[in-house]
Design a binder for this molecule. Structure first.
Ligand code: C5P
Length: 223
């Protein structure tokens, strides 16, 4: 089974994806990490984040082990990390260079320890539209910008980061703008995606809705 979960930053995709991965024994691919990894490599090198050719060369040489190494750096997940990821993600050459790596994962899904899985769950922006257009179940998880900024702000505060709510909200809105209006694979729901608005729902409620939809999908396969 292949499941895709797309949607804007901090909508609850990661929480939903990791719960569903556990429940259905799926290998989890957080595709935002690949763009964050490319952004971080450029940041560490001190080169220009807006230079598409430089970003493309880092994208072409990205591997899963390299990504795991970069994930140890807290800067991968900070606010600049998110901003840099969305800048390189808007560069068509970078997206093209990272597509095969993402599609190959569906053919050969593996858990973090390298062992084989029977299926995969993707979390990203274009996984239902571009990466896995033939996925079994597609979700588009969203929430208002204010609710998402509040969640991100709480996360940053818990990590001891010094940032204001207003700054987080401005960053969320700027990322939405870049993700939705880029020319290559803009953020939008796939035509056959199920929309889950998490603004007013608890994590348990979102999970219950998603599990119901997956159960219905499994039933139609059995018919
Ligand atoms: O999901 P996360 O916040 O880690 O993603 C970081 C950035 O990577 C997003 O803002 C988006 O610009 C980009 N991204 C993307 N396509 C994906 C996953 C992430 O463009 N499939």
């Amino acid at each position: 089974m292949i499941i895709t979960i797309d949607g804007p930053a901090a909508a609850g995709k990661g929480t939903l994806a990791s719960s569903l991965a556990k429940k259905y024994h799926l290998a989890y691919f957080d595709t935002g990490m690949i763009y964050r990894a490319v952004g971080l490599e450029i940041r560490l090198s001190g080169q220009d984040i807006n230079n598409e050719n430089i970003a493309e060369s880092y994208a072409k040489s990205l591997t899963f082990p390299k990504m795991m190494e970069l994930a140890k750096d807290v800067r991968l997940r900070d606010d600049i990390g998110g901003k840099y990821a969305s800048i390189v993600a808007a560069q068509p050459k970078v997206r093209a260079a990272l597509l095969k790596m993402q599609q190959d994962f569906a053919l050969n899904p593996v858990y973090a320890d390298g062992s084989k899985a029977q299926g995969a769950i993707y979390d990203g922006r274009d996984t239902g539209t571009v990466v896995c257009p033939h996925a079994d179940v597609k979700f588009y998880v969203t929430a208002s910008a204010e609710v998402r900024a509040q969640r991100r702000y709480k996360e940053f505060c818990e990590k001891g980061m010094n940032i204001s709510y207003e700054q987080v909200l401005a960053d969320v809105k700027a990322r939405d703008e870049r993700d939705q209006n880029r020319s290559s694979a803009p953020l939008k729901p796939a035509a056959d995606a199920i929309i889950l608005d998490t603004s007013e729902l608890s994590i348990a409620e979102v999970l219950a809705q998603a599990e119901k939809i997956i159960a219905e999908h499994k039933k139609t396969l059995e018919k």
